[in-house]
Each structure stands twice: as C-alpha cells, then as structure tokens.
Design a binder for this molecule. Sequence first.
Ligand SMILES: Nc1ncnc2c1ncn2[C@@H]1O[C@H](COP(=O)(O)OP(=O)(O)O)[C@@H](O)[C@H]1O
Ligand SMILES: [Mg+2]
Length: 403
Amino acid sequence: MNLQTQYQDTSPLLSIKTTLIIWVIYQTEDFKSHIQMQLETQNKLKGVFVHAADLTSLTQKESIAPDLIFVEAKDNWMQTIDDLQSLSYPFKEISAALIVFGDESDPMALKSALKLGASDFLSQNSNIEQLSDLLVHTAQEKLSNSVQGESFAFINTKGGTGTTTVAMNTALVLAEYHPGKVLFLDMDNQFGVAASYMDIYPKYNIQDVYDELDGLDESSLSALVTQLESGLHFLSLCQNSVFNDIDRNMNVEQFFSVLRRYYDYIVVDFSRGVEPFMAEAISHFTKVILVVQQNITSIRNASLIAKALSFDYGVSSEQQTLLVNRFEKRQQIGLQDIQHTLPNVECHCIPNDFKNISESNNLGNPVVLSKPSSALSKAFHVFAASLVPIEHKSQSWFERLLS
Ligand SMILES: Nc1ncnc2c1ncn2[C@@H]1O[C@H](COP(=O)(O)OP(=O)(O)O)[C@@H](O)[C@H]1O
Ligand SMILES: [Mg+2]
C-alpha cells in the first residue's frame, strides 16, 4: 500500500458541501506533494498547483476562479503575493481568502503575511484535519453567497397551445446572448417533444441529475446536461422513452435552487401543466408565463391559473406574463379582450406561422435558428428581451479582460 492510499484510509471525510477550487502556489516539491496528498483525501477539493515562477499560467482562459489561495512562504514569497495581486485574470474578481503556509514559529513571516492581506498563516505541515475548519467554513460561505440565476416557467393553459415551441425558442434566444448560461428543462413526463424539435438525443435525464444533487458540481453537471451547439443546455424528464414517471417525492424546490446556482437563466417547459407536488416550487420563479391562444377555454383557464398563482402561491401580477401564441389580428377575440381579463398582467404575442413552425419542428431545427429573419423569430427576440433586457448580455472572458 502506498503512502497516499494509507492516508486516505485513515483521514476523515469532511462535510465540505460544495467543490472548492484551491490554487496552491508552491516553491518546493515537498510542500506541493504534501498539500496534494491532503487535498486528495476529499473529493470536493480541486487543487490547481502552480510553481511561483509560473503564475502567468493562472491567467489563461481555461483558468477557473479560486475559492482559496495557498501560498508557500519560502524564498521570494512576498513578491509572489504581490505578483498574484497584479496579474489580470479571465474572471471578474477574486474573492478567495489567501492562506500563507510557513514556519509558525517565525513571527516576522506571520506579520508580513497578515500585512499582505493573508487571512491566515498556517504551518507548512498542516494536515487535512488541521485544515478542516477553514475548508468546511469556506464551502459553507461559497454556498450561501452563490448568486441564484433567474427562472422562467412556461405553463400551458390548454393542451397544444404551443408552450414547448415558445419556451424552447425563447430559451434559444437567451442562449444566443448568454451561451452556456441558459438551461432548458422539459418537465413533460409523457411526450417530451422538445428533444425532437431540436433533434437531440440526451444521454441523461432530470432524474439522473436529481440523484446526483448532493454532490453536484460544475463538471458533473456539465456531463449530465446535453449541450447544444447553439449554446443552450438541455435536460428533460423523458429520455429515449415516451413515458417517464416522475419521482413524486422529489424535492423540486431544492432541485431548481441548486440548478440556479449554475445557470444565469433556467427556462422550464410545463406544457402539461404543473403537477401539484411541483406547484410550491413555482412561487420561487422569477417569472411565470401563461401561454394562451385566442379562444375562450384557454383564456378562462389562464385567468384561473393567474388567480391561483397570486392568492395561493404568492406569485404577484408583475411576475406573471400572458403570452398569446399563434396570434392573428383577424380573430374574433382580440388582444385587448385578453388583456381585459387580467389587466395587471403584462401581455405579449407570438404570431401564427404554421408553415415555418411545423417545418422547423419537423426538421429538428428551431425557427429562431433556421429562420432568424422571419417575423416569428423577431417576435421571439422581442419577447426574450422583455424577460432579460439585452444590455444584460453576459460578457465573454475576453470582453471582460478588455473592459
Ligand atoms: N406560433 C405558432 N404558429 C403556428 N403553429 C404553432 C405555433 N406555435 C406552436 N405551433 C404548433 O402547435 C403545435 C403544438 O405545439 P407544442 O409546442 O408542442 O405545444 P404544447 O407544448 O403546448 O403541447 C405544434 O404542431 C406546433 O407546430
Ligand atoms: Mg409540450
């Protein structure tokens, strides 16, 4: 048995609630391998080991912002900390705590470290147990400070009003402006058609993600979602089968809340309505979009759902939107009639365009991608901009670097 496995067998499993990225800036191979051995005992700790003479490798575009920075107090270490602070990185800011490792009995080193902004000075021989308080606390802080993305629920007010079509095209427009930052969730447990509308064949489904929820991190999530070329990420309940039973004990609220840590925008297709056990989760959505058509049944149902949302689930009128799909001016029921039924709720419309929609749905190439200059695509852009103003466009790392 080698030393490392021996250590792993005896070291405690710490309750580190989320993945921590730790930059380890070393001067000596001894320190590097010692820290490496400690971090490897916990699967939530990802060490990025960089020699003090090679700090520029941290500025590469693949570099991920650290949650902690460990610096070995040897040789020119104070200069190293200065250099670390003056480099430009491909992310907005570093909020990581700086921990200096050295000889604890050297008061000068300790003083200098604190002067340079270090949060702590620890022995270079610290083991994982001695680091546990720091690691558990940092993970806890990271979770409580994590910014939650916005979420949009698209709910059908009658079968076949085009909820999947509008939710999917809206998600694609958002992903155009925020590639990799938008997740589309198809919650239809019977005929998850969105995958077919986009001609994709997901390997995993929502249940797979839910099963991994406690240990989820960026890399496991990115392996479970289907990533489209357009920048949209996708997950559905149904995968390679027509019927998929939902786990009714699922903690839906927790599921959405965890995903909102990883995505700026989550678009959810509730085109089969909202199952009662999911209804509570709706109250946490940024916006609820009721998809209606110009017929009495759909409008009446929209009005009932809107009232239930306001009175039973605390979703205010400002958080609700009526989206009239397949809109035609010459229909008996006009836009104003629909607006009158829910005067405090914002109303938008998407025109009827059977030819373009059915062609793109059948070909598996959504209309905003296949016919970007059509009136229909323009309507999706206008609607998406009403949810997320265009100026909120996520900056790429390169743009941020220049700004
Ligand atoms: N704006 C539109 N214009 C014309 N046809 C549409 C439009 N939106 C959806 N459809 C058609 O309506 C049908 C139902 O769409 P779908 O999105 O699957 O509905 P839902 O999810 O509400 O069941 C599909 O055949 C689709 O092509
Ligand atoms: Mg549908």
